[in-house]
Write a protein that binds this ligand. Structure first.
Ligand SMILES: N[C@@H](CCC(=O)N[C@@H](CS)C(=O)NCC(=O)O)C(=O)O
Length: 494
């Protein structure tokens, strides 16, 4: 290298370092990137206009993102990101982000406006901070609040049998989020008139499928927390509804990028159901697997118990498509070919009521079954579940008053303890055993018989409200309209 070249190299290095130090280079790079994107975007539009060809850049958005952006929550997510980039004056990044996501320039503003109009949020704030920061801070505040609230609301483990297996040795107190299913449990306060069900009188936990799905009453949480909680919750619920996968859990192989800590906020992404063409998981490899169907109320019981124990990271969900079951399920997993079943310690067990007790005693987390005086009552209520189901179902083709006797039994049972809205006062396996069935019977009887099971049953009404505030249950709920339709098919077609 001659002197001239060396000098030029030194000069280049000096200029580069100085520009880098002053942050100028990063800006130039970002500007360059943005300009390149803009140029391609412009070219794309010309080609699209002149030749009717699909735009190369705009169509480049990958399937995962495209799928997510097709949902209301996905659009809200991208709008929040754009709002942040705009707020932080990262305009070059925004210019790259928008076309890559196949979004029109100001579409995110319209998205946020629509969201605020529909949900009554005031998003026209003074712009002190980006909305995304509010969401995050609200969520973190909520976590603190709910941790405080979660303590003391469960049966204590003292007095119960020591946990028999190795999991007990590794006892960790799960965070509130893992106790209740990984999400902040409440939505924003809804005025009772807004939250009421047209047909059913008062409903404090109204379901709205149309846009952002679910709302719950809360009179004890500050607005910002409720806003944030709603946003986070809706993202998860929407994902559940669409069976989307994300970076946390990969559909198919069940692997997880999460580090598995229970004290870590884990938003579980539900895997898609396995069908006749799906290969089996690597059975009996030491992984604990809960085989369920998202539609089965019996399986839902066990799914709720797993969530409420906070052991999502210990028990892997394996959903099965019951209409198109993989043959290996019967042959290699559970010969009765039903769900739920639990693969644990190289054995497979079934029967939902047995399984919720098994999970309660064999896994860490809050005890969900009493050991003292309430135990006998709890057992009585568990053994009534069958009669309850049969009585209500037999009323579908007859008089709704027949169902009334079963709900009256529930109303009386709910009157026994008054230190909470649940069967034993505190939330327990008994609530878990009934929840999936009442979730189905309530909208079905309303739709088909115009029969409101809550009318004249204040304890049942309070129980329904209470159970809807349990996250471990709430994230397992289905769209009531779909439940009504499947109940119609199951019970009314002769
Ligand atoms: N008694 C069982 C009932 C389970 C059950 O009936 N599951 C249904 C789905 S909701 C099933 O697997 N049906 C498939 C079949 O019967 O082939 C329990 O409590 O776990």
């Amino acid at each position: 290298m001659d002197d001239y070249t060396r000098e030029m190299m030194d000069l280049k290095t000096l200029v580069t370092r100085t520009l880098e130090k002053k942050g100028v280079l990063a800006k130039i790079r970002a500007e360059l990137r943005a300009s390149v994107f803009e140029a391609i975007e412009e070219e794309d539009r010309v080609i699209e206009k002149d030749e009717g060809l699909p735009p190369a850049l705009l169509a480049s958005c990958n399937d995962r993102a495209k799928h997510l952006h097709a949902s209301p929550s996905g659009r809200l997510l991208t709008a929040l990101i754009c709002e942040y980039l705009d707020w932080a004056q990262l305009s070059h990044t925004l210019k790259v982000y928008l076309p890559e996501c196949n979004l029109e320039k100001d579409s995110w503003k319209a998205e946020l406006k629509e969201f605020s109009n529909k949900n009554g949020y005031d998003l026209n704030r003074n712009g002190d901070s980006p909305l995304l920061l509010d969401v995050l801070e609200g969520f973190l505040k909520f976590e603190n609040l709910s941790q405080a609230r979660a303590s003391g609301r469960r049966f204590t483990t003292s007095g119960t049998e020591p946990l028999p297996n190795s999991e007990s040795r590794n006892m960790r107190r799960p965070s509130s989020s893992s106790v209740v299913g990984g999400l902040p449990p409440l939505g924003r306060a809804v005025p009772s008139s807004q939250g009421s069900d047209r047909r059913g009188g008062s409903s404090t936990s109204a379901y709205r499928k149309d846009e952002y799905n679910w709302r719950y009453d809360s009179d004890e949480l500050p607005d910002e927390v409720i806003h944030a909680s709603n946003a986070m919750e809706n993202l998860q619920l929407d994902r559940k509804a669409r069976n989307l996968t994300s970076s946390w859990r990969h559909a198919g192989d069940g692997s997880s990028e999460d580090d598995g800590r229970a004290d870590h906020v884990v938003q579980e992404v539900l895997p898609p159901p396995l069908t006749s063409t799906s290969p089996p998981p690597s059975l009996f490899d030491g992984t604990t697997r809960l085989y369920i169907s998202y539609k089965c109320p019996y399986a839902q019981r066990v799914w709720i118990a797993r969530n409420c124990k906070g052991v999502q990271d210990k028990i892997q969900l394996v959903p099965i498509d019951l209409q198109d079951r993989p043959s290996w399920y019967k042959e290699k997993v559970y010969p009765s070919n039903k769900v739920p079943s639990l693969e644990h310690n190289n054995e497979v067990r079934g029967e939902s009521l047995d399984l919720i007790k098994y999970i309660d005693t064999h896994f860490e987390g809050p005890s969900l079954f009493p050991s003292g005086l309430a135990k006998e009552f709890a057992e009585e209520l568990l053994s009534y579940t069958d009669t309850f189901y049969k009585t209500v179902v037999s009323s579908f083709k007859g008089e709704e008053t027949e169902a009334g006797t079963a709900f009256d039994y529930i109303e009386t049972a709910l009157s026994k303890y008054d230190d909470g809205p649940f069967f034993l006062g505190q939330f327990s396996l008994v609530d878990i055993a009934y929840a999936p069935f009442i979730e189905r019977f309530q909208p079905f009887l309303m739709d088909v018989k115009n029969y409101d099971i809550k009318l004249g049953r204040p304890k049942l009404a309070a129980w329904i409200e209470g159970i809807n505030n349990i996250d471990g249950y709430r994230i397992t709920r289905s769209d009531p309209k779909e439940l009504v339709e499947s109940c119609k098919k199951r019970f009314l077609v002769s």
